[in-house]
Design a protein around this ligand. Structure first.
Ligand code: SF4
Length: 80
């Protein structure tokens, strides 16, 4: 069995209506999420390659750790 190639990318998306602004996601995925001056997350819209397993794992931690279920991972075809 060969190694499957991970093509495409992902973006971490937020539903700002659900977000409570306590900032757990910034602790769980500091490479993807930065907090604004009021504690609300600012998430990069630049797609991250799926081959970046550390970033993908951080995004998954953030999604699972969000108490308001305000985050999701959207897959994109081409991260370039
Ligand atoms: S963990 Fe969820 S609710 Fe909390 S700041 Fe991040 S997106 Fe908002």
């Amino acid at each position: 069995m060969g190694i499957r190639r991970r093509s495409g990318g992902f973006v971490l998306s937020i539903n700002p209506i659900l977000c409570d602004g306590f900032g757990h996601c910034g602790e769980l995925a500091p490479d993807l999420v930065h907090m604004d001056e009021w504690g609300y997350p600012i998430i990069t819209t630049v797609p991250v390659p799926l081959s970046n397993l550390a970033a993908l794992e951080s995004a998954r931690y953030a999604v699972r750790g969000c108490p308001r279920q305000a985050l999701r991972i959207d897959r994109v075809a081409d991260p370039s």
